[in-house]
Design a binder for this molecule. Sequence first.
Ligand code: ZN
Ligand code: ZN
Length: 362
Amino acid sequence: MKSAVERFWEAVPEQVEGKPVDGAILTSAANCRYLSGFPSSSRLVILTREQAYFLTDFRYGEAARKKVRDCQVVVFQRREQSVKEILRRHGLKTVLFERETIPLVEAETLGGLCREEGIAPIFDNTLDKTMEGIRAIKTPEEIDKIRAAQAITDEAFSHILPFLREGVTEREIALEIEFFMRKQGAERIAFDLIVVSGENGSQCHGVPTDKPLRRGDFITMDTGAVCDGYHSDMTRTVALGEVSEEQRQVYDTVLRAQLAAIDTVRAGVHCHIVDRAARSIIEEKYPKAFGHGLGHSVGLEIHENPRFSPACEDIAQPGMVITVEPGIYLEGRFGVRIEDMILVTENGCENLTHSPKELLIV
Ligand code: ZN
Ligand code: ZN
């Protein structure tokens, strides 16, 4: 199995702006963790063609020496001094930086330092795109961590069903799911959990409130856990006590759209085709009710690329893990979303989500 650093050098272009690429300096949490295997708030990864370095300060030195892989650990006293020494040691001429995530002050400090050393800092998005490309294809090890996070999410769904009663509030439900996930071994929750009910359900990213559940409410729960840095993401909508004919139709439409989209997923399909498969079914009956993309990739971050969205020209490849999450949102009335995480395979896909999704009336 090739290391992440090796895969980086295979994927990065030989040249950028007509100059050979000699090295890269990365500061973002997810990219530094991906390359070194080590999460830290004090971090800098320097890649050269000969050697990769992970720089941190005294507070993380011991842990870094134990856990960092594929990079030489440098515990600095003065960070800029250590960076300079490394750049000189390897005689670099060009250094790539992350454009999308680097703080302005870091771009000024580290870019300036490069210029002082006669090195051209490059702030186009070459580095972002290269990292995005290698991170999009999950290794078997990464897929195992996503499976572990999703297993806890599935357990939390079964656990919460008996709690859904008239009078219980959205906040109480969200808190119970979070507490349960932590007890089951999640290192944290994947995002601020969404629990919305009744008329709040039309806010696709609504915040749980003190609203109590009422008979006839749809309850939408968008939840996920993190295991060893990797996220899961699942949404289920269930009904309390009873549903109207209209609610049932909306639910059936979302489910049909979701199944139709999953049916199109295989290596080689354009991402926008998957989005279209769901969107065309929903728009036929509910033209303005599905205002977000169909899905996003999941990994060290909850939202990664590529996405199943109308504008995404990327092609699905084996090893990508992407959500399929159509919804119908009827403003001020109710909403339904159903979300699974799908692993793209050579001939189709594997659904990593195992919670039931036929309409449940609890
Ligand atoms: Zn979600
Ligand atoms: Zn999602």
